[in-house]
Design a protein around this ligand. Sequence first.
Ligand SMILES: *[C@@H]1O[C@H](CO)[C@@H](O)[C@H](O)[C@H]1NC(C)=O
Ligand SMILES: *[C@@H]1O[C@H](CO)[C@@H](O)[C@H](O)[C@H]1NC(C)=O
Ligand SMILES: *[C@@H]1O[C@H](CO)[C@@H](O)[C@H](O)[C@H]1NC(C)=O
Ligand SMILES: *[C@@H]1O[C@H](CO)[C@@H](O)[C@H](O)[C@H]1NC(C)=O
Ligand SMILES: *[C@@H]1O[C@H](CO)[C@@H](O)[C@H](O)[C@H]1NC(C)=O
Length: 203
Amino acid sequence: MVKIGMLTILFSWLTISSTISITVHRDGCIYNRRRSAVNCRGENWSSVPFSFLQNKSFRTLDLGFNNIRLLNNTQDFLQVQSRDLIDAILLDNNQIEDLPLRLFDGLTNLQVLDLSYNRIKHISNNFCHITSLSNLILDGNPIESISKNAFVCMKNLKYLSLANCNITRFSFDTLESLNAKEINLSGNNIENVNDVRSSSIKL
Ligand SMILES: *[C@@H]1O[C@H](CO)[C@@H](O)[C@H](O)[C@H]1NC(C)=O
Ligand SMILES: *[C@@H]1O[C@H](CO)[C@@H](O)[C@H](O)[C@H]1NC(C)=O
Ligand SMILES: *[C@@H]1O[C@H](CO)[C@@H](O)[C@H](O)[C@H]1NC(C)=O
Ligand SMILES: *[C@@H]1O[C@H](CO)[C@@H](O)[C@H](O)[C@H]1NC(C)=O
Ligand SMILES: *[C@@H]1O[C@H](CO)[C@@H](O)[C@H](O)[C@H]1NC(C)=O
């Protein structure tokens, strides 16, 4: 009885919402066409729901607080039709360890990428092919290594956030090659402060 009641409520809500340009995925994503946004936050997704995204037109995608790991992920954003509209992807608070190199292919307009509070340990040149990126948020990852030229290729990077990553050393080369105007290294334990201070980057 309760179940039937809930289904009725859900059904009528879906009917109403279709008139105000909202599409709901049965496993929990809301597409708001008017706001040009897809919100899949906190829905226990274990991978990016590409089939839901495929034919939607949106600028922001919120996939925060899910169970996404992305290891061995063979899919990528090339299958999303509106990929060159997308300017922000939030993947904070997931289980991401590795970023498949080609995942973000075709996102020619991506400016904000939030990967905070995941399990990323190593940063190499994963982000090089997202040349439009201006804000990269990597807070709260247990970062063990950052390759020397990890950020060299990111010509449009303005803000890099590496707060609360338990970083103890930061190479001068990495800092020097960074185009970002601002880097947030708060909540770390950087011993080699001189290296950091000798750069012209605002901390
Ligand atoms: C979340 O998804 C996993 C499988 O991916 C499942 O085992 C688990 O029960 C789900 N948790 C909830 C709260 O639905
Ligand atoms: C998306 O559009 C393509 C053609 O542009 C079509 O082949 C495909 O079936 C559509 N997918 C969905 C899930 O509607
Ligand atoms: C999945 O990834 C792991 C770690 O990168 C790798 O060792 C393994 O071979 C991969 N498995 C498949 C099926 O690609
Ligand atoms: C940093 O270290 C503290 C203490 O060992 C730990 O509780 C925390 O989870 C670590 N943070 C990250 C992002 O690894
Ligand atoms: C740096 O990051 C910390 C932790 O996320 C945040 O509280 C602080 O406001 C940030 N600082 C700036 C200048 O953005």
